[in-house]
Design a protein around this ligand. Structure first.
Ligand code: ENO
Ligand code: FE2
Length: 432
């Protein structure tokens, strides 16, 4: 039986220089550092922007971790490993030690109702666990967690039950007092939650990844486009761009959805997108990721904002670098009209490289009457935020459109290509 997930609790990153990323998250991306855990062997820093929480784990070159990481097929005694307070022995609480040579985003932590039951059910269907159910407590209460290894490269999932915990983050972390003050201070960047997480996967692996998430966590296919083929996914395979996108969602299948108190006011969900590069076209961003990251994994995360113009403006003033499509994107007759029909100003979007993609109505004979009838999304991509090209962020504002900006992929491709050429990094390559 699958383990049903109720929501994303946080996403964790493993980096060699936490200081630098911390500075960027706070000063450029306007996240708030709200909880920390420091031991002589590790440093973990938690950042929040509304419901979007990143946990940054600092990778220490000097200490080889002997007590924690276990091969996926190890069998555990059926008893709990109990850690109390801040003096736990584990190097990274709520995660495993990543001996990863490059900076990586590697753990999407889900809240579940019953960790023990999820562990048993998932083990029963052959799932590999890296950490057995483990209890952590402090004066705020008790949390149980377990870490499962996914089928995608170095990605793992911490399953956590914090229903018996009253503190504002997790036991073992010191919560900083400025939390709520800082959080309220910056209202220009209206990021509310994680919109989607995109995996870069090798060729022909999409089906396998989908099956894994379906069987283990009850994910369901989410059709990106009305014309999308069930088996093929959304395919772009022309003009040097070869990309297969397939999306999944977990929320709607969740048993917990029926009983949770916020069921009427449906919590925003986060979709998972699998991006696979296709042969015969030029090299693309997925190939670059696989090469630089060394394995499949999380390539980018879309942050939902209700006002992309203000958010992108505030972030670029603070030093975030965004990709811009060629200037002609905004002046091409079709696009310019599309932008104006949606009620936006092409010049304003051009200032920050914001792309707009309209969903075509299912019945094209239906005439749109006002710009309120048009379903579209706006998105903008940051340049890689790690020193290697192993992760970037995206801002996305949705106005009725539920896809991922399929119509923008060509524009994104051209802008990445221009960037690569300018940087003389891979002047012969084209990247999507
Ligand atoms: O699927 C998404 O999240 C997108 O925004 C589309 C996409 C996927 C992979 C890329 O390298 C570039 C764009
Ligand atoms: Fe995206």
């Amino acid at each position: 039986m699958a383990a049903y997930l109720s929501r994303i609790h946080h996403i964790s990153l493993h980096v060699s220089n936490a200081e630098k990323l911390a500075n960027d998250l706070v000063s450029k991306f306007k996240f708030c550092l709200f909880a920390t855990r420091q031991t002589d062997r590790s440093r973990q820093l938690a950042f929040r922007k509304a419901a979007a929480v990143f946990l940054v784990n600092e990778r220490r070159q000097d200490s080889v971790n002997l007590d924690e990481e276990v091969p996926g097929n190890t069998s555990f005694p059926d008893q709990h490993l109990v850690q109390v307070g801040k003096c736990s022995t584990g190097k990274y609480l709520y995660d495993v030690c990543s001996h990863y040579p490059v900076d990586t985003v590697s753990n999407v932590c889900f809240e579940v109702e019953d960790v023990e039951k999820s562990f048993k059910d998932l083990r029963h269907i052959g799932c590999d666990f890296l950490v057995p159910p483990t209890i952590v407590e402090d004066e705020g209460g008790v949390v149980t967690y377990s870490v499962v290894k996914s089928i995608v490269g170095n990605v793992c999932h911490t399953l956590i039950d914090r229903s018996k915990y009253e503190g504002s983050f997790l036991p073992g972390f010191e919560v900083l007092e400025n939390d709520s003050i800082l959080e309220d201070k910056d209202r220009t960047c209206s990021i509310s939650h994680f919109d989607h997480i995109t995996y870069a996967c090798p060729r022909k692996t999409t089906q396998q990844v989908m099956r894994w998430y379906e069987q283990l966590f009850g994910f369901r296919r989410f059709f990106i486009d009305s014309k999308e083929d069930v088996d093929e996914g959304y395919v772009i395979n022309q003009d040097g761009i070869g990309l297969r996108l397939t999306a999944m969602e977990y929320w709607k299948c969740s048993e917990l959805g029926i009983i949770l108190p916020f069921v009427d006011k449906k919590e925003p969900d986060c979709k998972f997108v699998i991006a696979e590069s296709l042969p015969k076209q030029g090299r693309n961003q997925v190939d670059t990721f696989l090469e630089q990251h060394g394995s499949p994994g999380i390539q980018h995360i879309g942050l939902y904002t209700k006002n992309i113009l203000c958010t992108a403006q505030a972030m670029s003033e603070a030093g975030v670098q965004f990709f811009s499509p060629p200037p002609t994107y905004y002046t091409e007759v079709g696009k310019q009209q599309e932008i104006e029909e949606a009620g936006h100003n092409p010049q304003m979007l051009a200032q920050h490289g914001i792309l707009l993609d309209t969903t075509l109505p299912l019945d094209s004979s239906l005439q749109k009457t006002t710009c309120d009838d048009i379903q579209y999304l706006l998105q903008v991509f940051t340049k890689p935020i790690f020193s290697e090209d192993t992760f970037f962020l995206e801002l996305i504002e949705r106005r009725g459109a539920t896809g991922f900006g399929e119509g923008n992929i060509r524009a994104l491709w051209l802008s990445v290509q221009a960037y690569m050429e300018k940087n003389k990094k891979h002047s012969h390559t084209a990247q999507v």
